[in-house]
Every structure is written in C-alpha cells, then in structure tokens.
Design a protein around this ligand. Structure first.
Ligand SMILES: [Zn+2]
Ligand SMILES: [Zn+2]
Length: 259
C-alpha cells in the first residue's frame, strides 16, 4: 500500500508525503517548516514520525525547510549523489546518503530518473511497495521515450505541468527567465505533459497528479483541460478510465491511496 499526499506543490515550494504500511517519507521539503509541520499534524503525524526525506535537487523550492527541519530532528536524508555535499551543508544533524542507484527505505524500493533541468543534478523517483507503484517527475524540460518508459508501469504518477506556453510568453517574466523555463533544461508545459499522457495512454497509469504549476504562468483549469483532452485523444475518459488531480501550492493537499 502507498498513500500519496501532495502537501504543497508549485513554483513557490514542493513537499509530498508518501506513506506505506511501515514508513512515512517526505519527497522534498521546499515550503515553510511551519506549513509542513501543520500539514503533517492534520494527518496525525509529527516530525519524528518521518522516517526519511528524499530530495530531488538543490533548488530552494525543494529544500527551503531542510535546515530548520534538521536542526530539530535527525531524519535521514537521501539526495542525488551529485549534490550530496551541497545538501549535507544544509542538513544540520541529519546524515545525508547519496543516491546513485535503486535503494530501499523500510518496505519501499526507490528508483530514480535523471531529469533534464538547470540544477547541478535532479532526479525524479519511483516508489514501489508491493503492487503499488508511484512516480513523481517534476523539474524537467524534455519529453522523451525514457521518461514515458520510467512512468509506464506505475499505478499513479505525479507529473509537472508547469506553465501554459502562451501565458508564459505573454506574461511579465523577463526574457532570460522565459527562455530558461521553455528550454529543455527548464520545466514541462501543459502541452508537453499532455504529450507524456498520450504516450502513457495504454499503460497501467490510472491516476495522474498534475504538479509544480506556476502561479503566474498557468491556471489549474488550463492544466487540467490539457490533460483531460490528451487522454480523450486516446479514448480515455477522465473519471472513468483515469483520474486526474491538480496539486495545489497552498491548500495542504489531498490523499491518494494505492492498494
Ligand atoms: Zn528546479
Ligand atoms: Zn522546482
């Protein structure tokens, strides 16, 4: 069993709670410490109940609360091998383990996908516990066969749907930032995420969580509509064949249970 709770998701901060029968994991801890603690408390958890924190990459929207958290707890931290020293500098009393290959935390096996992003190193992850398989890939700018292959055998995926291209291009961001976001080392647009979903149409994926939406360059309705239409192109009806959620920046999320 895996239970997925995207606590906070968006350009301002990211943190997802992943629970199995035996362990509670945080995937990234990039929001305020207090918000994360409150979101956990609503689910009956305290910081000491968290068995490990798994980090995707070193950008602030993924690690902002790590220093405060590790000042108060000694939760083990896992991070891509390429940034292990960087993360260790931010993790006061916690041991940081470098990830180079598949690893195991309690009853959960974790495998990695190498994202294409303008960080030192960025991984997406797949969490496997019994028949439950959940992958989260955000902060990547390229759609290719390797991404679809990584996601294909999952029951549920959390995928970045960062921006609507027209909103970004016509929006207020400075040109270099627009170019960065649109580049293959930036973030996935709604259209790119739709392309991933078309590639996954006849896979085992039945639940999709759209994540890491930009507050300035996207709207929940646009991201959802693009994903629903991509599924419809392949004969899948949202709510019947596949369920699509949109993770939120502030609302402290929802729970998706995979049996
Ligand atoms: Zn990033
Ligand atoms: Zn990010």
């Amino acid at each position: 069993m895996l239970k997925i709770s995207p606590l906070f998701s968006g350009s301002k901060g990211n943190c997802t709670l992943i629970r199995s029968d035996r362990v509670n994991l945080l995937l990234d801890i990039g929001f305020t410490y207090r918000s994360v603690v409150e979101a956990l408390a609503e689910r009956g958890l305290e910081p000491s109940d968290i068995d490990a924190i798994v980090i995707t990459h070193e950008h602030a929207d993924h690690i902002a609360a790590l220093p405060m958290w590790t000042r108060r707890t000694d939760t083990p931290v896992y991070a891509p091998q390429g940034i292990v020293d960087l993360i260790a500098q931010r993790a006061y009393s916690s041991e940081v383990t470098g990830i180079a290959d598949d690893f195991r935390i309690g009853d959960v096996t974790v495998s990695r996908y190498e994202c294409c992003h303008d960080s030192v190193c960025c991984f997406g992850y797949k969490f496997i516990c019994g028949d439950s398989r959940f992958a989260c890939v955000t902060d990547t700018g390229r759609v290719d066969g390797a991404l679809a292959d990584f996601l294909r055998d999952c029951n549920a995926v959390m995928l970045e749907s960062n921006h609507d291209e027209a909103m970004l291009i016509n929006g207020e961001y400075a040109y270099p930032l627009k170019r960065r976001i649109l580049s293959p080392r930036g973030h996935l647009s709604n259209a790119q995420t739709a392309e991933v979903l078309r590639r996954l149409a006849h896979s085992s994926v039945r639940t999709v969580i759209l994540a890491h939406l930009s507050e300035k360059n996207n709207m929940e309705e646009l991201a959802f509509k693009a994903a629903v239409e991509a599924c419809a192109d392949c004969g899948l009806v949202e709510g019947r064949d596949i369920v699509i959620y949109v993770a939120n920046q502030y609302e402290n999320g929802f729970d998706v249970c995979l049996d």
